[in-house]
Design a protein. Structure first.
Length: 282
């Protein structure tokens, strides 16, 4: 791997301008795997001597599993997605891990400058979000509807199927719109509640990732999510009124059509009677 080799050169030859440029170029071209917790929240680390947390990025999933065993999984992120994470979370540094366990810190400001020099503005469509009829997505949607009243800092939830266009990697995404500063403790507790108390995940189920957005700071992003036709749970905490919006309810045949289209993309035959995911309550 180019990025792994570039990091090895940094460790063997010392930090230099040319070595750093090679790491940045490989990072932009190759991307990294970002570790996450069980609830889909970001797995952050503090580098030696730094008080502010850093976002780890590993050259491969195997690298993450070996050197960050406490992480529940990884999400592939290209440079554009890393930019979005940095802006949404406020994290200022990326801590790159090589296969041998060595690490190298890259300030996001330096990465963004390198991207700008290559003409990358960060507004390309590298992640495609679509409505999901996967049983796990339906279970997450229904569980969010049942439990959202318990989280007054969360005002809206979207459940989506995410496909990373560069790699073809797929997972489920749960977005939350919150009032509090990011990273959002309420969103983390919400996802822990859904995954630990409500939803039973099977071995073949897709990974679930979560991302909190501030209602004011990220108003444009939340408005865009509303336009995508995703399963949406919206609540007015002042009145207690909660609304679940889904194409499944608006058009009973829509869910079956989506299942067949999704199966057709993979040359699979959909189940005649798709089974919904069972959930559990504590």
């Amino acid at each position: 791997m180019i990025l792994d080799a570039a990091l090895a050169d940094i460790q063997g030859q010392g930090i230099s301008e040319s070595g750093t440029e090679r790491v940045l170029a490989a990072l932009i071209d190759q991307g990294v795997f970002v570790p996450v917790h069980d609830d889909g929240s970001l797995y952050l680390l503090r580098n030696a001597g730094d008080s502010a947390p850093a976002l780890p990025g590993c050259v491969s999933e195997a690298c993450c599993a070996e050197h960050l065993p406490d992480a529940a999984g990884t999400v592939y992120c290209d440079a554009v997605r890393l930019m979005g994470i940095a802006r949404e979370s406020g994290v200022e540094q990326l801590l790159l891990f090589a296969s041998d366990g060595s690490s190298f810190t890259v300030p996001f400001s330096v990465l963004f400058k390198a991207m700008a020099q290559r003409g990358m503005r960060g507004d390309g469509q590298r992640l495609r979000l679509t409505w999901s009829t996967h049983p796990l997505a339906v279970a997450l949607r229904d569980a969010a509807f049942r439990r959202l009243q318990e989280f007054p800092d969360i005002h809206c939830v979207w459940v989506a199927h995410a496909r990373w266009l560069d790699t073809g990697s797929e997972n489920l995404m749960v977005y939350t719109a919150v009032d509090e500063e990011l990273p959002s403790p309420a969103s983390q507790r919400f996802m822990q509640t859904l995954l630990n108390e409500e939803v039973t995940m099977g071995e073949d189920d897709p990974m679930v990732s979560a991302l909190a957005l501030h209602r004011v700071t990220h108003a444009a992003e939340t408005a865009n999510l509303d336009r995508m036709g995703l399963d949406t749970i919206r609540i007015d905490h002042s009145t207690g009124r909660i609304e679940l919006i889904s194409r499944e309810y608006e058009d009973p045949e829509a869910a079956e059509a989506a299942r067949r289209a999704h199966a057709g993309q993979r040359d699979e035959q959909p189940d005649e009677q798709p089974q919904r995911r069972w959930w559990r309550r504590s």
